[in-house]
Design a protein around this ligand. Structure first.
Ligand SMILES: [Cu+2]
Length: 145
């Protein structure tokens, strides 16, 4: 009887945590891609990525049918010169968020498959270390300076 009771408790606990956790724990807000000149081979995406879970989330890959590849970049300023550093992943601490913004972290989008103009929408998949996929729709907007 005790064993059945323990099993029942375990089962209920498992069910409960499965229901309370959102699929990825990741939500993305204010995502946009800066419109680039027609000749440009690269574009940049900015967004706020929230982690609503109790565990750190590491995004290890980003991909889109609209680009040949996507890299995680960060702009750093040294002696008044801006240069971009490539990161292997993006860490979003538990119950926190990171902001990808101009002059800071961003998604670098390489080789758009077609000319993307303000108003166009692009699908990007973010993939976490635990292989959870988060699909987001990102609108291209006129660059804001
Ligand atoms: Cu970059």
């Amino acid at each position: 009887m005790k064993t059945i009771f323990t099993t029942l408790i375990l089962l209920l606990t498992t069910l409960f945590s499965a229901v309370s956790a959102s699929p990825s724990g990741v939500s993305v807000k204010n995502a946009w891609i800066a419109e680039a000149p027609p000749v440009s081979k690269v574009m940049v995406a900015y967004m706020s990525i929230e982690n609503n879970s109790e565990d750190d989330i590491t995004i290890v890959k980003a991909e889109s049918d609209s680009y040949s590849s996507i890299e995680f970049h960060e702009t750093r300023y040294e002696d008044g010169m801006a240069r971009m550093i490539r990161h292997d992943s993006l860490l979003i601490p538990a119950n926190s968020h990171i902001t990808l913004k101009r002059g800071d972290k961003h998604l670098m989008l390489f080789n758009p498959v077609k000319r993307l103009k303000a108003g166009d929408s692009v699908t990007i998949n973010l993939i976490t270390k635990n292989n959870i996929e988060k699909t987001i729709q990102v609108t291209v907007k006129k660059s804001q300076y």
